[in-house]
Design a binder for this molecule. Structure first.
Ligand SMILES: O=C(O)C(=O)C[C@]1(C(=O)O)C=C[C@@H](O)C=C1
Length: 290
């Protein structure tokens, strides 16, 4: 349980009305939400004690992982996941009200790289050849378009960003696939599950595993059998480069159990006995944004 005698400071990938801001609001309504410009700045803010929590994007159903978040958590900081938030994502095409007449002749489209990728087909068929400009978030794109009313430019983002920055949505729901969801991590220094109203009551643990250095054949198979014979269900496995040489990876695994269970304790012990390095990000519950 989190002690809630004080108001928590919560960093999020801003500015206001980013998808991360909306996700953070579902779990931290009424708390002190503080926008930061980039994912590393959010993570550093919690690591050096400026804030108690940080909310950052981790994975999108269409585009896959946000490598910056995963790599930062593995290489740069010792933090824990205290919750995950799943949020539906709807991308809209928006312009400054002064440019509504010209929106078909847009000269540049601004958004976060994940959002641009989620709308790749739409942009290809509708605005082929129009330059795409990456921003630190969809809300940053909306803010930029709002600050440049004389330019024939557009942003891709959510309806709250359109409202917040006074833009007009000229084409709603332009994401290429209907099932567009993003998973966000709530990070904290302490290894404590966030136990607020509205979670799913199913603990999940994220482990980051480095295989033994001897590079023996079957090492990954051995790791997987540690979970398999204990009937520990994995909901995700992914590899990321260790950044030490080609072919060197670590694995991120999400296990559907509490780190404190007998089976999980045994699994971690056995992994270490096999020569693996195991970094646990802790156990957390899932919160869903409607
Ligand atoms: O740009 C935003 O609004 C964000 O919160 C970032 C982010 C991401 O990193 O994937 C979050 C959700 C959407 O998938 C698009 C962008």
């Amino acid at each position: 349980m989190v002690n809630k005698d004080w108001e928590s400071r919560v960093a999020y990938l801003g500015p206001e009305a980013s998808f991360t801001h909306l996700a953070a609001g579902t779990v931290f309504a009424g708390e002190w939400l503080m926008p930061y410009a980039t994912i590393p700045e959010c993570i550093e803010a919690v690591a050096n004690g400026e804030v108690e929590f940080a909310v950052v994007p981790l994975e999108n159903a269409l585009e896959g992982s946000v490598p910056l978040t995963i790599d930062y958590l593995f290489h740069d900081v010792e933090l824990h996941v205290s919750a995950e938030i799943l949020s539906p994502i709807e991308q809209h095409f928006m312009v400054h009200p002064q440019q509504v007449e010209n929106w078909q002749d847009i000269e540049m489209v601004y958004s976060h790289p994940h959002a641009l990728a989620q709308c790749h087909k739409y942009l290809y068929y509708r605005f082929r050849g129009v330059p795409l400009e990456q921003t630190t978030s969809t809300a940053a794109a909306a803010k930029y378009v709002a600050e440049n009313p004389s330019r024939t430019i557009a942003a891709i983002g959510n309806e709250f960003a359109a409202k917040k920055y006074g833009l007009t949505i000229v084409e709603p729901n332009i994401h290429d696939f209907h099932f567009n969801h993003t998973r966000f991590f709530v990070l904290q220094k302490k290894n404590i599950k966030l136990d607020k109203k509205g979670h799913d009551n199913s603990p999940k643990t994220t482990l980051m595993i480095k295989l033994p250095v001897d590079d023996r054949s079957g090492a990954l198979h051995q790791v997987l059998s540690v979970f398999s014979w204990r009937q520990l269900n994995l909901s995700k496995i992914e590899s990321r480069p260790l950044k030490t040489g080609l072919g060197n990876y670590f694995f991120i695994m999400d296990v559907l159990d509490d780190e404190q269970s007998v089976m999980m304790q045994g699994a971690k012990e056995e992994l270490r006995a096999l020569g693996c390095e195991v970094k646990s990000l802790g156990t957390y519950f899932t919160y869903k944004k409607e």
